[in-house]
Design a protein around this ligand. Structure first.
Ligand code: GRF
Length: 212
């Protein structure tokens, strides 16, 4: 099925760029219906414009609460015909207002191997904990911070002389491939998420391999 995507950005938008490239190359059966940024003047908006994709700045400063912000976001996404929401470098915590409007259809990319290093600056957290391996995670978004069901993960080595930017660049490269692969699996109907659990444990997600 062709995924009708809404992509949320806050910055450079390289993950958005990877999605747009995958669509243009025919690798990903999707259409980006709308790009929304909470900040003006960011690279993600430039990438949307260059690809001829509708883009919208929805500043969080113009809304009294997170819920009010999300209500405006849902209205914009729905008006654009969005059916799946991808948080690609989007630096805001979303609320059940958005999650209930797109149940089990909000996906995020995080630059660490969750549940390790949730929240901001995961790359710096990894360096501070002196880990030898880090990476990135694509997951369904729930009401917690980076706590939703995990779809896929990829690893990178952490080198002894790494600084934050070198590690972030190495992870970012893996993010692009991981996010596109996860969206391809969703488009091909190969992703199954177990029903909601009443014990609060993280739900299992199964991604079937591509048939040869
Ligand atoms: C990426 O590391 C992403 O995981 C994080 O923000 C960074 C920038 O992403 N949330 P992008 O270049 O804006 O897609």
């Amino acid at each position: 099925m062709t995924l009708a995507l809404g992509v949320l950005v806050s910055g450079t938008g390289t993950n958005l760029g990877a999605i747009l490239d995958a669509i243009a190359s025919g690798c990903l059966d999707a259409e980006v219906k709308l790009v929304v940024s909470n900040r003006a003047g960011v690279g993600g908006l430039d990438k949307a414009k260059a690809a001829g994709v509708a883009a919208h700045v929805l500043s969080h400063r113009e809304h009294a609460s997170r819920e009010a912000y999300d209500a405006a976001l849902v209205a914009a996404l729905r008006a654009a015909g969005v059916e799946w929401v991808v948080m690609a470098g989007f630096m805001r915590v979303v609320t059940p207002v958005l999650l209930d409007a797109f149940t089990d259809r909000v996906v995020n990319i995080h630059p660490a191997l969750l549940p390790s290093f949730p929240g901001v600056d995961a790359q710096r957290q990894a360096l501070e904990h002196r880990v030898k391996v880090s990476g990135c995670t694509v997951h369904f978004v729930d009401a917690g911070v980076d706590s939703g069901p995990i779809i896929a993960q990829a690893t990178v080595p952490v080198l002894d002389d790494d600084d934050r930017d070198r590690l972030a660049a190495r992870i970012l490269e893996k993010e692009h491939a991981l996010l596109v692969d996860a969206l391809v699996a969703l488009a091909e109907g190969r992703v199954t998420i177990e029903p909601r659990r009443d014990d609060g444990a993280r739900r299992r997600v199964v991604v079937e391999r591509r048939s040869p």
